[in-house]
Design a protein around this ligand. Structure first.
Ligand code: F6P
Length: 563
């Protein structure tokens, strides 16, 4: 049994009751953003925040001064600050796995070596030992000093991983593409569907390709299967091109020069045939979905260089310091987490859109889905007792303006309001003009227009004034009062990206703490893995088929009949 104190049941606190009563009153008073703005000319000022490179406007969220106060009271009642400090100091807050949760150690600067010894490990020293090795390795690849088996420099990286060993690197690679300065492109293979590997190896020159196998456990079925396939592809293709003769010695040499690995399980990496010199480790206290800033980000260091990666880490670290040191009432990270609790538990909203107005962030919503939903999609609390309130939200989204022409209809006029985070940047690396029109300004105009429309809507009188036939007026009205948070930054730099990721890591932490969840385990993914192993033989084996349920049997019968 863990020595971490049992979670405070938020729903049994007077602070929870106060929030419920406050919500009822807002409903009874017909709270709406139009009136809230009219009544308080300091609203925007009070609900605006600056954190390092990012500016936040929470004024279009469905909150009042009182809501903010009550949410902070709730946070104190459930001991968010104490648990935050316990996380930063390496207590085993991941109770079901009895582990520290120390992704924040991945971005501590070198001058903190010796100051964070956890379970006998100098975490910062170990982090920087690996970082230095990765930086040196990446420089060799980037400069062309590292050569493939036929003496050619590396021009492509194929990274193989899944979940946290894929989503973070893909998202950050896409986000920071303008910083790719070494002529090296990255491809990412994750799905065990052979189509993924087939498409990612299409047209790829094995002589100039470096494969990175990324797996925390080095046992994940998809990754290890794909890694074996990649090894076969590499050796066959090199042989076909006459780069190697297919002898054991040349095969081993090719693996050494074209395969590296990132894992916490360095023994299995070595068994796979990868030179331990070319293996980069991390630690059990880094959760997969919190690992993009660990060795898991090796592909990013190769594509963008050590300097950019150091800036990325500094962005995370700035947010860590901010989150740790800013009083709750002015702590936008904590407030965003608490507002999510407000929306889920008091306003009954179960879904949350993340809408980046930046094409480079097109994978950010997918990344956040794992971060938030694998962390807080749970119904058992960290002491093994059942959750006492709704938990978790469905996070989803798409880069603007594409979403506007797809699902925004529902956000504007659907029957269930959906809180949405809009993320945009003042500057673009690709400034363009359409005639006299700055296209980026046109784009940003859309970001501002959407948040304005969602907040303030359009009344029946305004619709009528346009000459709309009376029966059509309701269909053309926008009730407004749809909550949005605006996150605005100067530019999508590595530093700003690090900040954004750390922001959502800590938002997830705050929500998880209020709900009493261990946000760092993921037992809910295990059953499917076990069953897949048990079911797969049934495609061909009648005894295995007989052990399946009627629906599975029928689906396999269909497979057999159509194969
Ligand atoms: O199955 C879920 C999961 O364990 C994720 O939490 C993790 O990010 C992913 O699988 C990949 O795991 P690994 O890095 O060990 O291959």
């Amino acid at each position: 049994m863990s020595n971490i104190p049992a979670p405070v049941d938020a729903t049994k606190t007077p602070e929870w009751e106060a929030l419920k009563a406050h919500h009822d009153k807002l409903v009874a008073d017909h709270f709406n953003l139009k009136d809230a703005f009219a009544a308080d000319d300091k609203r925007v000022e009070k609900l605006s925040f600056d954190m390092s490179d990012l500016h936040f406007d929470l004024s279009k969220d469905l909150v009042t001064d009182e809501t903010v106060k009550l949410l902070c009271d709730l946070a104190r009642a459930v001991k968010v600050e104490e648990r935050r400090d316990a996380m930063f100091s390496g207590e085993h807050i991941n109770t079901t796995e009895d582990r520290a949760v120390l992704h924040t150690a991945l971005r501590r600067p070198k001058d903190q070596i010796g100051k964070f010894v956890v379970d006998g490990q100098d975490t910062v020293a170990d982090v920087h030992e690996v970082l230095d090795r990765m930086y040196a390795f990446a420089e060799r690849v980037r400069s062309g000093e590292w050569k493939g088996v036929s003496g050619k420099r590396i021009e492509h990286v194929m990274s193989i991983g899944i979940g946290g060993s894929d989503l973070g690197p893909v998202m950050a690679y896409e986000a920071l593409k303008p910083y790719a300065d070494a002529g090296i492109d990255c491809r990412f293979v994750s799905n065990i569907d052979p189509n993924d590997m087939a498409e990612k190896t299409r047209g790829l020159d094995p002589e100039t390709t470096l494969v990175i196998i990324v797996s925390k456990t080095f046992t994940t079925l998809e990754t290890i299967t794909n890694a074996r396939e990649a090894r076969t592809w590499m050796l066959d293709a090199l042989k076909a091109q006459g780069a190697i003769d297919g002898s054991d010695a040349q095969n081993a040499d090719a693996i050494k020069k074209h395969f590296v690995a990132v894992s916490t399980n360095l023994e299995l990496v070595e068994q796979f045939g990868i030179d331990p010199e070319n293996a980069f480790g991390f630690w059990s206290w880094v959760g997969g979905r919190y690992s993009v800033d660990s060795a898991v980000g090796l592909s990013l260091i190769i594509a963008f260089g050590p300097e950019r990666f150091a800036e990325f880490l500094a962005g995370f670290h700035d947010v860590d310091n901010y989150f740790k040191n800013t009083p709750l009432e002015r702590n936008v990270v904590a407030l965003m987490g608490l507002m999510n609790v407000w929306y889920v538990n008091f306003c009954g909203m179960g879904s949350h859109a993340v809408l980046p107005y930046n094409q480079y962030l097109h994978r950010f919503p997918a990344y956040l889905q794992q971060l938030t939903m694998e962390s807080n999609g749970k119904s058992t609390r960290w002491d093994g007792t059942p959750a006492t309130s709704a938990t978790g939200e469905v996070f989803w989204g798409e880069a603007g303006t594409n979403g506007q022409h797809a699902f925004y209809q529902l956000i504007h006029q659907g029957t269930k309001p959906i809180p949405a985070d809009f993320i945009a940047f003042v500057n673009t690396p690709n400034p363009t003009k359409d005639g006299d029109q700055d296209v980026h300004e046109l784009f940003l105009g859309n970001f501002l227009a959407q948040t304005k429309a969602l907040a303030f809507g359009k009344t029946a009188d305004e619709v009528r004034a346009e000459g709309t036939a009376e029966w059509m007026v309701p269909a053309r009205c926008f009730e407004g009062n749809r909550p949005t948070t605006s996150i605005f930054g100067e530019a999508l730099t590595p530093h700003a990206l690090g900040e954004l990721i750390a922001l959502y890591e800590h938002i997830t932490f705050v929500e998880g703490t209020v709900w009493g969840l261990d946000s760092y385990d993921q037992w809910g993914v295990e059953l499917g893995k076990q069953l897949a192993k048990q079911i797969t033989p049934a495609f061909h084996d009648d005894e295995a088929l007989a052990r399946q349920d009627a629906s599975t049997q029928a689906l396999i019968a269909y497979y057999r009949a159509h194969r």
